[in-house]
Design a protein around this ligand. Structure first.
Ligand SMILES: *Cc1c(COP(=O)(O)O)cnc(C)c1O
Length: 360
């Protein structure tokens, strides 16, 4: 270990080496929950045109992102029948950057710790640890609802908890927050920030935008999933202006490349066309779910997102399934004692089922 590095860094693993497979084109890539379709050709051409004609590559991007924040505010308002203003939006280089900014703004310098309910999205804990921020973890029930009694006692035991990370619907398990979970979250005291990660909002149709009147409520969204812009790295946070401004203070200047901004504005302009595809993806998810239900060797949970979580009940382990699928050309994510399978195109899903049958 290099002598000038923080000693706790030796316990961390770089994200790229954390079990992520190759991008090889011959694989069905069902391991990172992207949308299975690229942007339509016409939009890609438009973006290339904008990039060539309107973006000066020697100039820094627009540092305040006024136009993009306006468009995002309009989309959020429209989707939730609410009034959200551009001052309530902060943009990030993926929502991963926003998660880090939240941690810096709340917990850094021994100012606090975070609460997560496992299994959940791994980045909250990974980013917290990279900043030396303690992570308090509580379990979920059999149906992956948060064990609220355990969460309450963790909060009592750890008065230093400053942020609770919720995912709606959760990854890798696909369940949306229930009324009971939401009631609990809304009752958390104003000293605790509630972050609701709605990365899969477009698939679930469920949002907590109505709760944004609370000073301790923040929603994260991303363009990486239903909007098909994972390559462009764009996420956004929605909160009361004072809280959004706190994230703006932490944000690196020019964190969003000009082309990414243009891509997001273009996707928002064409959102009707892009999001129309979500309906058939949901149908694909239901078909995949129904077939998986019939496998006596598998347990599958209902999902409000664009992926399904399964566990094996038979003699085959999750690792064997993962490997068997990979050998046949399908990449899925092995995590939390099971497999998370992204819903792909109809052809990909048929192959997933056939290949699963092979391994089982
Ligand atoms: C995919 C995903 C994100 C999106 O991350 P980006 O950095 O915006 O690509 C955020 N939260 C959850 C739970 C996710 O699954």
């Amino acid at each position: 270990m290099l002598p000038f590095l923080r000693s706790d860094l030796s316990e961390l693993v770089a994200y790229s080496s954390e079990g992520h497979e190759s991008h090889a084109a011959e694989f069905d890539k069902l391991d990172t929950n992207e949308f299975p379709l690229d942007l339509p050709e016409a939009l890609k051409e438009k973006l290339a045109f904008l990039s060539a004609q309107q973006i000066q590559s020697n100039r820094y991007p627009d540092a305040s992102y006024v136009g993009l924040r306006q468009e995002i505010a309009r989309y959020v308002s429209e989707s939730a029948d609410a009034v959200v203003t551009p001052e309530q939006i902060s943009v990030g280089n993926g929502s991963d950057e926003l998660i880090r900014s939240i941690l810096i703004a709340t917990c850094l310098n021994h100012a606090g710790s975070i609460l997560v309910a496992e299994p959940t999205f791994s980045m909250y804990a990974i980013l917290a640890r990279s900043l030396g921020i303690p992570v308090v973890s509580v379990p979920r029930h059999e149906n992956f609802e948060i064990d609220i009694a355990a969460a309450q006692s963790a909060l009592a035991q750890h008065p230093e908890i400053r942020v609770v990370f919720l995912v709606h619907p959760n990854s890798p398990t696909g369940n949306a927050l229930t009324e009971a979970e939401l009631t609990w979250a809304k009752a958390l005291p104003p000293e605790i920030l509630v972050v609701v990660d709605e990365a899969y909002y477009e698939f679930s149709g469920q949002t907590t935008v109505a709760e944004l009147s609370r000073s301790n409520w923040m929603i994260l969204r991303t363009f990486s999933k239903a909007f098909r812009l994972a390559a462009h790295r764009l996420g956004y946070a929605i909160a009361q202006p004072e809280l959004a401004l706190a994230l703006e203070k932490i944000r690196l200047p020019y964190n969003l490349p000009s082309v990414s901004q243009a891509a997001a504005c273009l996707a928002l302009t064409h959102r009707k066309e892009l999001l129309a595809e979500v309906k058939s993806l949901r149908q694909e998810r239901e078909q995949l779910y129904q077939v998986l239900l019939t496998h006596s060797d598998l347990r599958v949970w209902p999902s409000a997102a664009n992926f399904l979580f399964i566990k094996t009940l038979g003699s085959r382990s999750a690792a064997e399934l993962h490997q068997g699928l990979q050998q046949q050309g399908t990449l899925v994510r092995q995590t939390c004692g099971g497999l998370r399978i992204t819903v792909g195109t109809a052809e990909e899903n048929q192959r997933t089922l056939a290949r699963l049958r092979q391994v089982l």
